[in-house]
Design a protein around this ligand. Structure first.
Ligand SMILES: [Mg+2]
Length: 327
């Protein structure tokens, strides 16, 4: 569905900002608590947190993250889910967010209602509220929704906790997200919270730009990731895409963006079988060990992914690079 309409009576142009905010509060429903904990004052007043606070921000941009073919409820849900995935990556619990909309006055009210209701439904599903926001006007035909999401974590589980000898694990299956998963995924909040409670987990992040680009972000100087390529979980969508993209399915698994899976490290001396057994009792989400952290043998391997069997570098320039021209 197109976000835009040629009929001003059915667009944002028919409402002033005050009426639009009132409508948005209605559409958010139970996802918007009463002021001062929610929308209605200059700032929202949040409760004190006894544990470390988290904050993250992500947008959805018309023409970039969704288009006319995207159901508006899924575009709204995607906005909060992208942020939830970042909270999950820290082993955190989401709490509340603020929503900044920048929109042309020809955005359709029917479309915006569905977008906000899609966002609100996902907020409720993940016990998260929208406590404020802002509206700004863009030229006609443009729409950007930006959500800043807060959360808290019992423990600071960072990307940089990786240690020599750690095993490398990943949830779910990778690649081919563009077919549908980028709009229809479950943020790994429950899995992230569980993993943060396991002392053998040393570091974690969420996969958004592809394993080839994201995994090096967890490697410290002098280390590399030795990967068992046969253990990489390749999504069926990556296999489908490979039949007409001219690239192997494995390349899609390493280099496609928007997997929204968790990538994490487990101490080398920990009982991995015990962790996997506990996982299977708790989650249906697949979990794979794909390799381990080793010392580099030569400078070219520094912070790189290495095929354990062949010793070759894996996709040294792979993954999605924002702002870099790919054509
Ligand atoms: Mg992230």
């Amino acid at each position: 569905m197109s976000p835009f309409t040629d009929n001003p009576a059915e667009s944002l142009a028919a409402l002033g900002e005050v009426e639009l905010i009132s409508r948005i509060r209605d559409w958010l429903g139970a996802a918007n608590p009463p002021a001062p904990a929610g929308i209605g004052d200059d700032c929202a007043v949040l409760p004190d947190s006894p544990v470390p606070n988290l904050v993250t921000v992500d947008p959805v941009v018309y023409g970039r993250h969704f288009d006319d073919a995207t159901p508006p409820a899924l575009a709204g849900a995607k906005l909060i889910k992208r942020n939830l995935s970042d909270i999950a990556a820290m082993g955190g619990q989401p709490t509340s967010g603020v929503l900044a909309l920048a929109a042309g006055s020809n955005v359709s009210l029917v479309w915006l209602e569905a977008f906000i209701r899609g966002l609100a439904g996902t907020c409720i599903e993940f016990s998260t509220t929208i406590v404020g926001g802002d509206i700004a006007e863009l030229p006609a035909g443009q729409f950007v929704g930006t959500l800043t999401l807060l959360g808290h974590a019992e423990r600071k589980l960072l990307r940089t906790g990786t240690q020599l000898g750690d095993r490398i694990l990943v949830t779910g299956a990778l690649g081919g997200s563009i077919a549908s998963k980028h709009l229809d995924f479950t943020p790994r909040i429950a899995e992230g919270l569980w993993l943060a409670g396991r002392s053998e987990v040393t570091a974690m992040m969420d996969l958004t730009d592809g394993l080839a680009k994201d995994l090096p972000a967890m490697l410290t100087a002098g280390t590399c990731a030795m990967l068992e390529t046969a253990s990489i979980p390749i999504a069926p969508a990556a296999e489908d895409l490979a039949t007409h993209s001219g690239k192997p399915a494995a390349e899609h698994a390493f280099c496609d963006g928007e997997d929204y899976e968790l990538l994490f490290m487990v101490k080398g001396d920990a009982n991995l079988d015990a962790l996997l057994a506990d996982w299977i009792e708790t989650f249906t989400t697949p979990l794979c060990c794909i390799g381990k952290i080793d010392t580099v043998k030569q400078a070219s391997q520094n912070r790189r992914l290495i095929n354990t069997a062949s010793g070759e570098l894996l996709y040294p320039d792979g993954g999605y690079q924002h702002l870099k021209r790919h054509d």
